[in-house]
Design a protein around this ligand. Structure first.
Ligand code: ARG
Length: 259
């Protein structure tokens, strides 16, 4: 009888913690709607698997992380816009990529310049999101609340999310990021999160948007594990790359030459 009680109790415990874990999105996130964030996109590889995020910054241009684009041929990447549920094939549009621009100084995510721009075969009708300019430094003040979006993992070793998720994280002081990550580059990056961890971006979110003040301020780049105590997420400081991005993003698409 005692044994049975213990069994029943432990079964209850296991199932209740199971429920709690499923509820509490590990990146401390919650669902986000595509209608409220119409410029957020996800990238599919040649097998149709989502591997990164991105942001529509012009009708035919998607900003993502260089580490999402490197080593891939344009024909092996597709951009999915207007689709909150990755499994909803009817929703939104899938656009082919015709060109991949990667920052010429890019080596690896933790060495900076983790930015790339994908050119789409067709113009999309979703509203693009403007990116931060050098005059937007106020958005990078420690404590500024940023919203990160993506379909990445909802726990460090978990699976990527079927639905678009968002998490709010404050910008941390550069000194904090430097203490945690000695090779952190404060000119090229910023870090955001809580000392206690729990809320963070994770694998699969890379390349995706981090927004504040109606602008794209960051791109998800790297971090040690996900949502770990004292290990915040590191993001591309987009304002720093505005100068490099403008010629690529604002370039008018090649004119169709008629014979
Ligand atoms: N590099 C990862 C990706 O490719 C993003 C990692 C973000 N990590 C973090 N702890 N915030 O999706």
């Amino acid at each position: 009888m005692r044994r049975l009680l213990v069994l029943v109790l432990s079964a209850l415990l296991v199932s209740s913690t199971g429920v709690a874990a499923a509820d509490e999105q590990v990146v401390g996130g919650e669902r986000a709607s595509i209608e409220a964030n119409p410029w957020v996109v996800h990238l599919l590889d040649d097998r149709g698997t989502q591997f990164c995020g991105g942001t529509l910054v012009a009708p035919q241009k998607v900003l993502t992380a260089a580490h999402c684009a490197t080593g891939r041929a344009a024909r092996d990447v597709q951009v999915v816009a207007g689709r909150e549920d990755k499994q909803d094939r009817q929703a939104g549009v899938v656009a082919a990529v015709t060109d991949i621009w990667i920052h010429r100084q890019y080596v690896s995510a933790d060495q900076g310049e983790d930015v790339a721009v994908l050119t789409l075969r067709k113009s999309l009708s979703y509203p693009p999101l403007p990116f931060a300019e050098p005059t937007d430094q106020a958005l990078y003040e420690p404590g500024t609340e940023l919203r990160a979006l993506g379909w990445g993992r909802t726990s460090e070793n978990g699976r990527t999310s079927r639905y678009l998720m968002q998490a709010t994280v404050p910008v941390l002081p550069d000194d904090y990021c430097l203490d945690t990550y000695p090779h952190f580059l404060k000119e090229d990056m910023f870090c955001a999160g809580y000392d206690a961890g729990k809320v963070d971006t994770c694998q699969g979110d890379s390349g995706g948007p981090v927004v504040a003040g109606g602008k794209l301020v960051g791109v998800t780049s790297w971090g040690e594990g996900c949502a770990r105590r004292g290990k915040p997420g590191v993001y591309v400081r987009i304002s720093r790359y505005a100068k490099d991005l403008h010629p690529v993003v604002d370039a008018s698409p090649p004119a169709v030459v008629e014979p």
